[in-house]
Write a protein of this length. Structure first.
Length: 221
C-alpha cells in the first residue's frame, strides 16, 4: 500500500506543476461562452464586419478545396466554346496533320457496339451536361477543335461524297445523331451562300404539255 500511495502522490504532484506552468506563462486552450453572448448582442453591421476577416481566413481552405476539384484541362469538358476561326486555323496546322495525316477525320474511327451487327442508328449525342458521357465519342465530339459551321469549308468537304456530291451517311462517318443534324444544316447553309459548289440535276421537260400544238387550220396571220 505504501508503494501505491507513493506513486499516486508523484502523479498528483506532476499534475499540479503542469497546472501552475499553464497558469503562469503558457496559454491553455479553453472554450468560453462570453464571446458567443457578445456576438448575439451586437447589431448586424458589426457582425458582418467581423464575418469578413473570418472569410479571408478561410481562403486557404477554399483554395485547398479547389485544388482537389477537377483539373482545368479536363479532356472530357466541352463547356468551352471554340470559335470557328480557331477551328479553321487548326485544320491548317501541323498538329492536325500529325493527328489525321491526309485522311478525313472519320477515316480511322471505329464505332463500339454490342453484338455482331451494329445498330441502325448511332447514339443520340456524345455530350451531356457539358461533358463527354461515353468512352467512344464520335469523330466530331472527341476533338473539340472541330467545329461544324458553314464557314468551315475544309471540314464540311470531308463529309461530302466526291462521286455523288451528297452528305455521307452517319453509318459511314460514325457521327452521333446530334452532330449529323448539325452537319446537314451547315452544308445547306454553305450551299445557299455559294461556299460549296454542287451539281444541279438535269431535267428534261415535255413542252407539249405547256404549249398547245399548232395546226394549219388554227393558224392566224
Amino acid at each position: 500500500m505504501s508503494l501505491l500511495r507513493f506513486i499516486g502522490g508523484e502523479i498528483i504532484s506532476v499534475y499540479r506543476q503542469s497546472l501552475l506552468t499553464i497558469g503562469s506563462g503558457q496559454t491553455a486552450r479553453c472554450f468560453s461562452t462570453t464571446t458567443l453572448q457578445r456576438r448575439a448582442t451586437k447589431p448586424e453591421s458589426e457582425a458582418s464586419e467581423e464575418a469578413a476577416p473570418s472569410e479571408e481566413a478561410g481562403q486557404p481552405q477554399d483554395a485547398a478545396d479547389t485544388s482537389t476539384a477537377a483539373p482545368i484541362d479536363d479532356p472530357k469538358d466541352r463547356t468551352r466554346v471554340i470559335p470557328v476561326e480557331t477551328s479553321v486555323r487548326y485544320l491548317a496546322s501541323d498538329a492536325y496533320r500529325q493527328t489525321y495525316q491526309d485522311d478525313p477525320v472519320w477515316k480511322q474511327y471505329r464505332r463500339n457496339h454490342k453484338g455482331l451487327y451494329p445498330p441502325k442508328l448511332t447514339r443520340k449525342t456524345c455530350i451531356r451536361k457539358g461533358r463527354i458521357s461515353t468512352g467512344n465519342p464520335c469523330p466530331i465530339c472527341r476533338d473539340e477543335y472541330l467545329v461544324l459551321d458553314h464557314n468551315n469549308i475544309d471540314l464540311l468537304k470531308q463529309f461530302i461524297s466526291p462521286q455523288t456530291g451528297k452528305v455521307l451517311s452517319y453509318r459511314v462517318t460514325g457521327l452521333c445523331q446530334k452532330k449529323h443534324t448539325q452537319l446537314l444544316v451547315a452544308v445547306e447553309r454553305a450551299m445557299d451562300r455559294g461556299m460549296l459548289t454542287f451539281d444541279v440535276p438535269f431535267r428534261e421537260y415535255d413542252y407539249s404539255e405547256y404549249y398547245p400544238a399548232k395546226g394549219g387550220s388554227n393558224t392566224s396571220k
